[in-house]
Design a protein around this ligand. Structure first.
Ligand SMILES: [Fe+2]
Ligand SMILES: [Fe+2]
Length: 200
């Protein structure tokens, strides 16, 4: 199918807008977390923001590739969220947006791209969907910890590590200020992937 007449072209442009906006919102959240002395949370949001911008680049490059190097004014119609950012609500809301991207939006974009004969684009949409699914899990986990005020409390002894000086302790609760370098609790690293895999 001709790329210019395809739905895939519009879907790439929609994906670009969505990824850029998610990247921007995650950077806002990263700043908020830092103001709140939640360094680990801030770093995590920064990493997610970087992932979203990388996704934006992937879809952007497809538009250029299939459009001879430029595409002027692709019109899209889609809804995007604009909410007052606040860590406790944004983590949860963003986790739901990621879930909908992972389970509905990108799989449907991938199906359409495949039907229209753009197998490389379909493959990338599917890969992005898998990453958004991981983002969903990370954000949901953090939202739950934040909401229950258990960011640094666990039922079992857990390894806590300071991201500033590397100090390690195995306890049920992370220190309020690091015994070695005195940085606040928010500098403690949470091994999200390990904790998530222990939960399964
Ligand atoms: Fe993304
Ligand atoms: Fe994401």
């Amino acid at each position: 199918m001709n790329f210019n007449e395809s739905t895939t072209k519009t879907n790439l442009a929609r994906a670009f807008a969505a990824e850029c906006q998610a990247g921007a919102r995650y950077q806002f959240m990263s700043k908020m977390a830092l103001q709140d002395q939640q360094k680990f949370l801030s770093d995590t949001m920064k990493t997610l923001a970087k992932n979203e911008m990388a996704h934006a680049k992937v879809v952007y490059d497809y538009i250029l590739k299939y459009n001879g190097g430029s595409a002027k004014n692709i019109a899209i119609e889609a809804g995007y969220p604009f909410d007052e950012p606040a860590l406790e609500t944004s983590l949860k809301e963003e986790s739901l947006i990621e879930l909908s991207e992972a389970e509905n939006i990108y799989p449907s974009f991938a199906r359409i791209a495949k039907d229209e004969g753009f197998v490389d684009i379909a493959r990338s949409f599917t890969e992005i969907a898998q990453i958004e699914s991981t983002h969903h899990q990370i954000l949901k986990y953090l939202a739950d910890l934040y909401e229950t005020k258990k960011m640094y409390k666990r039922d079992k002894p857990t390894e806590w590590k300071c991201s500033n000086c590397g100090h390690v302790e195995i306890k049920k609760e992370g220190w309020k200020t690091c015994p070695l370098c005195s940085m606040p609790q928010g500098y403690i690293i949470i091994d999200i992937e390990k904790e998530l895999s222990n939960k399964i």
